[in-house]
Design a binder for this molecule. Structure first.
Ligand SMILES: O=C(O)[C@@H](O)C(=O)COP(=O)(O)O
Ligand SMILES: [Zn+2]
Length: 211
């Protein structure tokens, strides 16, 4: 996809997420890979009102070369591109239910999103919890790199979800699926819940691939 079309798509999908309540105020940021670097939403921008022409551009070494100053979470985004070379886009949100899960003290830090439905297994995969660091701290990138590229999505403790995929649309869809599953998990807390069993999860991975 050419860069100007990708810029339009970032603005369009950002607005769609904002209008449907997946982000509020100036929370969240979205990046996408281009041939000579990456595009990322500007810092302090509202996802509802991204101007395609002002989206920040960084070169392959992470230097800001065009557009408004980039999201302060650039370290976090770059860690995905570095450790998962097939990554085409990264979406970070403060969506309500995924963020709620990231604040629970009894969530399994290896596997915050148990296999409740097939689609979350197919689109998101296993989701670990990344220990809390202050937003914008380069250490978030180090913690993600330590996971060695094994996970497409993570919950940042007491902060929110970050989701990667091979292209922008897939990353946005996965972020939405993660949020909807988190909503189900929070709604079902305290209820006796049937999860997919190991054979069912293995079958999904076999048929639809793993993340
Ligand atoms: O939570 C934060 O402060 C950031 O992670 C965030 O969501 C927005 O930061 P910018 O992209 O720098 O506006
Ligand atoms: Zn954030």
């Amino acid at each position: 996809m050419n860069e100007s079309r990708l810029r339009e798509d970032i603005a369009l999908l950002s607005r769609s997420l904002f209008e449907r309540g997946f982000s509020v105020g100036s929370a969240g940021n979205i990046s996408a890979a281009v041939e000579d670097g990456l595009l990322i939403t500007p810092t302090n921008s509202c996802l509802g009102f991204i101007d395609p022409a002002r989206i920040s551009k960084l070169d392959r070494d992470g230097r800001h070369i065009a557009g408004d100053p980039p999201s302060k979470e650039i370290f976090l985004h770059r860690a995905f591109y570095e450790t998962r070379p097939a990554t085409g886009a990264v979406v970070h949100l403060h969506s309500t239910f995924a963020t709620a899960l990231s604040c629970l003290s009894d969530v399994d830090p290896q596997d915050c999103i148990p296999p409740l439905t097939p689609y979350v297994v197919m689109r998101v995969g296993q989701v670990p919890l990344v220990p809390y660091v202050r937003p914008g701290e380069p250490k978030a990138g180090d913690l993600i790199r330590e996971l060695g590229g094994r996970y497409a999505a993570m919950l940042l403790a007491n902060h929110g979800p970050v989701v990667s995929a091979t292209d922008l649309h897939a990353a946005v869809y996965a972020a939405e699926e993660l949020e909807e599953t988190a909503k189900l998990l929070v709604s079902l807390r305290g209820q006796r819940t049937r999860l997919l069993d190991a054979d069912q999860v293995d079958e999904l991975k076999r048929v639809f691939g793993t993340f």
